[in-house]
Ligand binder design. Structure first.
Ligand SMILES: *Cc1c(COP(=O)(O)O)cnc(C)c1O
Length: 403
């Protein structure tokens, strides 16, 4: 390939290699970015920012959308506007990418790690209920207190892992009963539904990410979504340096420079135009893999719960070493030899060196999250993954069973 030849959308950086999940930029991205450049609107104000917010807000049916520099920033601000204060405790799954846990620490609050359920690798509602009923108590003024640390439990930060929604039929009533805010990390679940409702529209407030490997991308970017107008206003204020008077440089709080640029939002608008196509392709790829692996002993694709319609953003299966005859690590290594990129679900955050040794954090055991890291493998599932490449992935997995 010559240096000047543009890559096909979704093409791997190394020819012949199949990457896990790369962007697909096939629509008006270039046109809108050129327009942003031509009109000199390149920074954190401009027509594409508000248009992008409107497109995402409309898709989710949520009234207020605030675009941010990335998903982690959206989570940080969501925690602040939802009223999480220093030394509060926030429930979070141990089986998650680290970003939401870091965001809790940025807010000077503390994570309470709870375990995952086995079927879909999501936050286990049984664990949440046990924690709330057995480890917490209602204190003065209806304050919910975690007894072991004497911290106020202010929120539950759920994460829709690999695109699949959490079991909100059980989590939502618990949040309501105990008077805690439900913050939805929907970064991986744009285009998924829980019980017919869009992920990102289920929580009291939600965060999305438009990082390069997400369902749609802006390069880097994120968004905060809520029906609460006051929270949205506060989020807009905090993400733009908390200006009370922009002309006189009067700031009413310690703010953040977290707004998305118009250049990034231009890409986002073009990507949103392709959203339904992206969802369709993800589901097609998942259906093909599901079909190919259905009869393979020891492989269990993580499919949809009866109440879920997942975008299947990140195709993931559980590998039983005993039945499959090979660990997910060995299978991943075998795939790598054929230049096929795979990865496991994350190390449980309760096991992460970044948090494990911190005695200020409550560490109930999370054995399922620990186990899922050892038994899961995600396969290439880029929107632009060709049928040939999908067949290559399937063949490589099936070949491993023959060894
Ligand atoms: C991608 C992701 C984020 C953070 O998004 P960034 O835009 O990379 O900051 C947060 N939570 C989860 C679960 C993610 O997968």
């Amino acid at each position: 390939m010559s240096e000047t030849a543009p890559l096909e959308p979704g093409a791997p950086a190394v020819e012949g290699a199949i990457p896990l999940c790369v962007p697909y930029l096939s629509g008006n991205e270039r046109r809108y970015v050129e327009d942003a450049l031509a009109t000199n609107w390149v920074s954190s104000a401009g027509p594409y920012v508000s248009r992008f917010e409107k497109m995402v807000g409309t898709f989710l049916g949520v009234g207020h959308a605030v675009a941010t520099v990335n998903g982690t920033a959206a989570l940080h601000i969501a925690l602040l506007v939802a009223g999480v204060e220093p030394d509060d405790a926030v429930i979070v799954p141990a089986m998650t990418f680290i970003a939401p846990v870091n965001a809790i620490r940025y807010a000077n609050a503390w994570p309470v790690f709870l375990d995952a359920e086995e079927q879909h690798a999501q936050l286990d509602p049984v664990e949440v209920e046990r924690f709330l009923r057995e480890e917490c108590a209602l204190g003065a003024g209806g304050r919910l207190v975690h007894r072991a640390t004497n911290r106020r439990v202010k929120a539950m930060l759920t994460v829709n892992v690999i695109g699949h929604p959490c079991d909100y039929a059980r989590l939502r009533p618990l949040a309501d009963e105990f008077g805690i805010v439900l913050i939805e990390d929907a970064t991986e679940s744009l285009g998924s539904n829980w019980n017919g409702r869009r992920c990102g529209a289920v929580g009291d407030i939600a965060a999305l990410s438009f990082n390069g490997n997400k369902l749609i991308t802006t390069g880097g970017g994120g968004m905060l979504l809520t029906r609460n107008e006051n929270w949205a206003r506060r989020a807009r204020y905090l993400t733009t340096q908390a200006k009370d008077d922009a002309a006189e440089f009067i700031h009413g709080a310690v703010g953040y420079n977290y707004r998305l640029s118009n250049l990034n939002a231009a890409v986002g608008c073009a990507q949103m135009e392709q959203l339904h196509f992206h969802i369709l392709r993800k589901r097609e790829i998942a259906a093909r893999y599901d079909g190919a692996f259905a009869a393979v002993r020891g492989l269990r694709p993580i499919g949809d719960a009866p109440w879920a319609e997942s975008s299947r953003w990140m195709y993931t299966m559980q590998v039983s070493a005993a039945e499959f005859g090979m660990s997910r690590r060995a299978l991943g290594a075998r795939m790598a030899e054929e230049q096929i990129q795979t990865r496991p679900l994350w190390q449980a955050i309760s096991d992460s060196p970044a948090f494990r040794g911190d005695s200020r954090i409550a560490h109930p055991p999370c054995p399922m999250a620990t186990r899922l890291h050892e038994t899961t493998l995600s396969l290439p599932c880029s929107v632009g993954l060709t049928k040939d490449a999908q067949e290559r992935v399937i063949a490589a997995v099936l070949r491993a069973t023959e060894c």
